[in-house]
Design a binder for this molecule. Structure first.
Ligand SMILES: O=P(O)(O)OC[C@H]1O[C@](O)(COP(=O)(O)O)[C@@H](O)[C@@H]1O
Ligand SMILES: [Mg+2]
Ligand SMILES: [Mg+2]
Length: 326
C-alpha cells in the first residue's frame, strides 16, 4: 500500500501543497496519539474557557488547535490560519502561498464518551493584494485541497486535492497513513439519512415535510423505508456518507433567530462539500451549492444538506416549494 506523499506526487501536486498536507498529517498523528491515551494523557474534560462562538472549550479542542496552529505556522508555505478555536486569523510566513481554515476537533461532545471525533481542514490560495481576515472570505470553489482526519477505531485521513477523493488509514506499526481506498464514489441513491431529530419542532416547513415523508416509509409518498443514523460529529456522519451513501443535514432552524445555523462555512461545510462533490455527491444549503456561497465572516454559519445526489435533489425539491426562511 502506498504512503500519503508518494500518492500526492503521483497526482502531480505542487511540492508546496504537499508540504502543507504533510504538516497536517504530522499534527493529526500527534492528536490521534493523545486521543488514544485518553484519560491517561489528562486531556479529557472541559477548560474554563469559551471560544468566540460562546461554546465551552474541551481540553482537547485547545490541545488540537495549538498543535495544528503551531505546526502549520512553522510551514513556510502557510501564510495564515483560521480556526474554530481562534477569534481571529493568525498570520505566519509572509511568503506563504496558502491559507488554512480548520476545525481542530469536530464532534467535541463525543470526546468524553470515547466516541468518534475528527479534524476538518480546508486549503485556500492566498489572494493577491488583500491582507487580514478578508483573505479568507473566498467561496469554497476556490479550495485547492480539503479533507478530514477521523479518529475512530482506526485513524483515517480522507483527502482531495481536486482530483479523486482518497482514503488513507494510519498504520500504527510504521506511523504512516497508507492509501486504503484510492477513489471514493457516493452512490446516487440511498435509504439512510442523518439529522438531529430532537430539533424537529424548530425546523422549516420544507424540512418538516421532507423528513415526515422519509419516516412514512414504504406506505408513504417515497414508497421505501429509510433508516436513520446520528453520530453527533459531522466528521463521522460525512464519513459514513462517503463510505456507503446517505443524506446528512444540519438545517436552518428557528430556535435562536440570531443563530439559525449550527455548522461553520469555512472549516466545516466547505471542506466537506468539496469532498462530497468530488466523490459524485451534492452539497447544498437546501437551495444553492455550498461552495458558491460568498462568505462575509470567518466564523459564518450555514445550513447543510449533503450526500447522495438524488436524495439531496429530492430534499431540495421540498425546499423549492416553500419560501426561503433566510
Ligand atoms: O449537538 P448536536 O445537535 O448533535 O450537533 C452535532 C453537530 O455539532 C458539531 O459537533 C459541531 O462541531 P464542533 O464539535 O466542532 O463544535 C458537528 O460536528 C455535529 O454535526
Ligand atoms: Mg465541528
Ligand atoms: Mg470543533
Amino acid at each position: 500500500m502506498k504512503r500519503l506523499i508518494p500518492t500526492l506526487r503521483a497526482d502531480a501536486c505542487e511540492e508546496s501543497l504537499i508540504s502543507v498536507l504533510n504538516t497536517v498529517q504530522t499534527a493529526a498523528k500527534e492528536i490521534a496519539f493523545r486521543l488514544h491515551q485518553g484519560a491517561m494523557a489528562g486531556v479529557l474534560g472541559s477548560t474554563l474557557d469559551e471560544n468566540i462562538q460562546g461554546e465551552t472549550q474541551k481540553k482537547l479542542d485547545v490541545v488540537a488547535n495549538q498543535l495544528l496552529k503551531d505546526l502549520l505556522l512553522e510551514c513556510q508555505y502557510v501564510h495564515a490560519v483560521a480556526s474554530e478555536e481562534e477569534d481571529s486569523i493568525v498570520v505566519g510566513d509572509q511568503r506563504g502561498e496558502y491559507l488554512i481554515a480548520f476545525d481542530p476537533l469536530d464532534g467535541s461532545s463525543n470526546i468524553d464518551i470515547n466516541g468518534l471525533v475528527g479534524t476538518i481542514f480546508s486549503v485556500l490560495p492566498r489572494p493577491a493584494g488583500i491582507e487580514g481576515e478578508e483573505m479568507f472570505l473566498q467561496p469554497g470553489k476556490n479550495q485547492v485541497a480539503a479533507g478530514y482526519v477521523l479518529y475512530g477505531p482506526s485513524t483515517m485521513l480522507v483527502l482531495t486535492t481536486g482530483q479523486s477523493v482518497r482514503m488513507y488509514t494510519l498504520d500504527q506499526t510504521v506511523g504512516e497513513f497508507l492509501l486504503t481506498k484510492p477513489e471514493v464514489k457516493i452512490p446516487h441513491q440511498t435509504q439512510e439519512f442523518a439529522i438531529n431529530m430532537s430539533n424537529k419542532r424548530h425546523w422549516s416547513t420544507a424540512m418538516h415535510e421532507y423528513i415526515s415523508d422519509l419516516l412514512a416509509g414504504k406506505e408513504g409518498p417515497r414508497e421505501k423505508n429509510f433508516n436513520m443514523r446520528w453520530i453527533a460529529a459531522m466528521v463521522g456522519d460525512v464519513h459514513r456518507v462517503l463510505s456507503r451513501g446517505g443524506l446528512f443535514t444540519y438545517p436552518w432552524d428557528k430556535r435562536k433567530p440570531n443563530k439559525p445555523f449550527k455548522l461553520r462555512l469555512l472549516y466545516e461545510a466547505n471542506p466537506m462539500a468539496m469532498l462530497v462533490e468530488k466523490a459524485d455527491g451534492l452539497a447544498t444549503d437546501g437551495y444553492d451549492p455550498i461552495m458558491t456561497i460568498q462568505p462575509t465572516d470567518i466564523h459564518q454559519r450555514v445550513g447543510v444538506v449533503l450526500g447522495s445526489k438524488e436524495e439531496v435533489e429530492s430534499c431540495m425539491a421540498y425546499h423549492a416549494n416553500h419560501p426561503k426562511p433566510f
